[in-house]
Design a protein around this ligand. Structure first.
Ligand code: 5GP
Ligand code: ZN
Length: 133
C-alpha cells in the first residue's frame, strides 16, 4: 500500500532495525523508545489489522511472534514477554498495518504493562448472552 509506513519498512524503502524475517513476516524495533526491547511483528503484505487478516497470514505472524519471543528468553536475558495488539481505532490502533507488539520482560523489572480496568459496567450474564457463539 503506497502510503503505509510499515509497508515501506517491510519493502526496505524506509530503514528499520530488522531483527528477524521470513518470506511473509518481519520483526523490527519499535521506534517509540518507550520501553527497552519494544519489538513489532508485521506481515509483509498489507493487512489492516487482525479483523481483516486471513488465517494464513495471521498464522505466519504468530509463528514469528513465537520465534522472536523464544529468542528473547533463550538468548537475550529476558524471562518472559507481553504480547499486545490493537485492532481498530476503537482499540487504540494508530498504524493501520497489522502489528503485534512484543515487550520483553525481566523478573522484577517493575514495568506496568497490564492496563488497570475500571470495572465492568454490564451484567456478566447479559454480556455472555451477547457474545456467546
Ligand atoms: P499501535 O498504537 O498502532 O498499536 O502501535 C503503533 C506503533 O508503531 C507504535 O508503538 C509506534 O511507536 C510505532 N511506529 C510508528 N511509526 C513507526 C516507524 O516509522 N518506525 C517504527 N519502527 N515504528 C513506528
Ligand atoms: Zn501496509
Amino acid at each position: 500500500m503506497d502510503d503505509c509506513i510499515f509497508c515501506k519498512i517491510a519493502s526496505g524503502e524506509i530503514h528499520g532495525l530488522r531483527i528477524y524475517e521470513d518470506e511473509e513476516t518481519l520483526a523490527f524495533m519499535d521506534i517509540a523508545m518507550d520501553v527497552d526491547g519494544h519489538i513489532l511483528v508485521i506481515p509483509k503484505k498489507h493487512v489492516k489489522n487482525i479483523l481483516d487478516c486471513d488465517f494464513e497470514t495471521l498464522s505466519a505472524v504468530s509463528r514469528t511472534v513465537k520465534i522472536v519471543s523464544n529468542h528473547l528468553t533463550e538468548h537475550c536475558g529476558y524471562d518472559g514477554v507481553n504480547i499486545l495488539n490493537a485492532s481498530d481505532e476503537s482499540a487504540g490502533q494508530s498504524v493501520f498495518h497489522l502489528h503485534i507488539h512484543i515487550i520483553p520482560r525481566k523478573k522484577d523489572d517493575g514495568l506496568d504493562v497490564w492496563p488497570k480496568f475500571e470495572g465492568a459496567k454490564e451484567d456478566i450474564r447479559a454480556v455472555f448472552e451477547k457474545v456467546k457463539m
